[in-house]
Design a protein around this ligand. Structure first.
Ligand SMILES: [Zn+2]
Length: 198
């Protein structure tokens, strides 16, 4: 996702919008500098275990070979509401896979309160397979699950979560994933620019 002050943020909450301030420009100085203030869960970002697990791993401790590697984009654009175990079973998912879930979220132009999410039965299924990571084209990997089971099931197994992907122009298939987050010490999440190479 492109980061800007008018970008889409979770549930359209104003306090989640980034603010960008120009501290120096050519009208007053000989250089240009700016400061951005934003949450770690703004736009495309990675959730580390600490996000939902007390004492869990932080962003800076995730080894880069887990984020620069092969991945599989799975097309679930026909799915309405949520991705369950039954829906995931239609695809071939193996131990160690890093999967990216492409849904109709990738085509929405504004925040969709009914965004497609990974339901807890799906998270449990992926945990049992032993995947390495999962990404989704929504700003949250779950909604309407008060216990945050999807996050907890995945993050308790150190399964990496990427949120806020934009996959409308990406077809189902295998790619090389480049997703190293900013190296910010001791935090639960960080922005990332995700690139898929054919
Ligand atoms: Zn997040």
């Amino acid at each position: 996702m492109e980061i800007s002050e008018d970008m889409i943020v979770y549930k359209n909450k104003l306090d989640k919008k980034p603010t960008l301030r120009i501290t120096k420009d050519y009208s007053m100085a000989e250089s240009y500098e700016s400061i951005i203030t934003m949450g770690m869960h703004t736009g495309t970002h990675i959730d580390a275990p600490l996000h939902m697990i007390e004492g869990g791993k932080t962003i800076d401790s995730i080894a880069l070979e887990n984020l620069i590697r092969k991945c599989k984009v799975l097309d679930f654009t026909e799915v309405e509401n949520k991705i369950t175990k039954e829906i995931l079973e239609r695809k071939e998912i193996q131990k160690g896979d890093f999967i990216l879930l492409k849904t109709k979220n990738s085509f929405s132009k504004e925040f969709d309160f009914q965004f497609i999410y990974l339901e807890k039965s799906g998270a449990e299924y992926l945990k049992n397979i032993g995947i390495a990571g999962v990404g989704i084209d929504a700003l949250g990997i779950e909604r309407d699950q008060p216990g945050h089971e999807t996050h907890k099931i995945l993050l308790s197994q150190d399964i990496i979560i990427i949120e806020g992907l934009k996959l409308n122009e990406v077809e189902e298939g295998e790619y090389t994933l480049y997703a190293p987050p900013l190296k910010i010490r001791n935090v639960e999440a960080a922005p990332v620019r995700v690139i898929l190479v054919d």
